[in-house]
Design a binder for this molecule. Structure first.
Ligand SMILES: NC(=O)c1ccc[n+]([C@@H]2O[C@H](COP(=O)([O-])OP(=O)(O)OC[C@H]3O[C@@H](n4cnc5c(N)ncnc54)[C@H](OP(=O)(O)O)[C@@H]3O)[C@@H](O)[C@H]2O)c1
Length: 214
């Protein structure tokens, strides 16, 4: 697929590397292309652009910007460039405040989520929450002795979730579909839980697994 990734941070670069490794075409979108000079040198097949031409390039969009900037980044990407496209949303609504006893603070409430806000603001885009509940270093084909970890996803569009599920399968994940966009109210806070061992014990290598009986 042609994948337009909005972002220049660890998540954007890591997922871009994964998409390239799995044979996809990738463009990274940023306001500051100079930030990606080193990445470009290491990934000659990867392309770099602004938010708008990156969204225009992608048949699949990945949103990997700071949560507080997600709406602005999508506005810069352009509503028309997002319309009818699957948008894998890796963002978390982390507030600009330090964690308390290892627990991050969010700018959303339990009765709302960042992805629902994005879906309301860009109704023609087909958002799928994914990749938000694990650190960047474990996003692409993570290796755990207990086997494949679980990625919790949600979104209103079944076709978009099918595309995201195919990508997650390539990237070495089991997928647990938690339903409609409103489930992001539960999936986004998994990021808070995931980060606690990191902040308390500097342990950043773990992932969630949903155990079920057949
Ligand atoms: N880091 C992780 O391990 C991890 C894991 C799971 C989920 N997440 C989530 O994934 C997202 C990306 O995380 P990250 O650590 O890779 O990077 P980040 O530092 O949270 O975000 C960097 C990106 O945000 C963009 N940005 C910042 N302010 C902006 C503004 N005012 N307008 C438009 N864009 C703006 C930057 O754009 P420019 O390129 O133009 O500067 C850059 O691409 C976040 O929502 C984070 O919560 C992170």
């Amino acid at each position: 697929m042609k994948v337009g990734i909005l972002g220049s941070g660890d998540v954007a670069k890591t997922l871009a590397g994964g998409f390239l490794r799995h044979g996809h075409e990738v463009k990274l979108g940023t306001r500051a292309p100079e930030k990606l000079a080193e990445w470009a040198g290491q990934n000659p097949k990867g392309q770099i652009g602004g938010f708008s031409d990156t969204a225009n390039f992608g048949d699949l969009i990945v949103l990997a910007v700071k949560g507080t900037a997600a709406v602005d980044a999508l506005r810069a990407a352009g509503t028309a460039n997002l319309a009818r496209k699957p948008v894998i949303d890796a963002t978390n609504p982390i507030a600009d405040a330090p964690p308390a006893n290892g627990v991050l603070k969010f700018f959303t409430t339990h009765d709302d989520s960042l992805m629902e806000r994005l879906q309301r603001e860009f109704p023609e885009a087909r958002f799928v929450k994914a990749f938000n509940s694990v650190g960047a270093a474990c996003m692409v084909n993570p290796q755990f002795k207990a086997g494949k970890p679980t990625m919790f996803i949600c979104g209103n569009d079944d076709t978009a979730k099918k595309i995201a599920t195919g990508i997650l399968d390539q990237f070495g994940w089991e997928v647990a579909d938690m339903g409609q966009a409103g489930a992001a109210r539960a999936i986004e806070p998994l990021c808070m839980l995931w980060c606690i061992p990191g902040f308390l014990r500097n342990d950043w290598v773990h992932a969630f697994k949903l155990l079920t009986n057949p």
